[in-house]
Design a protein around this ligand. Structure first.
Ligand SMILES: [Zn+2]
Length: 83
């Protein structure tokens, strides 16, 4: 799972892998250097890791011993929707 960030200062968008949140203490826009609030980053990181804990067990073993999803979930932010 990835989290998509959009910097509203320069409109740059970039993705961060969920597992990278574990040790992340700061996040800056790669284009203009705007910093994401570190206290919010901590809360977001905790939330993302919790979602990952939910998503991981949503698989069962298929006939070929492959992992078959029983559910998939997506988090959609209505303020960031594009049509
Ligand atoms: Zn930016």
């Amino acid at each position: 799972m990835k989290v998509r960030f959009t910097c509203c200062n320069c409109r740059e968008s970039f993705n961060v892998d969920a597992e990278n949140f574990e040790n992340k203490s700061s996040l800056v826009c790669p284009n203009c250097g705007s910093e994401f609030p570190s206290d919010k980053l901590k809360i977001l990181g905790d939330a993302v890791l919790k979602i990952e804990q939910v998503k991981k067990p949503l698989f069962k073993k298929g006939r070929l011993a492959d992992d078959v999803p029983t559910w998939t979930i997506s988090i959609l932010d209505s303020t960031g929707e594009h049509y």
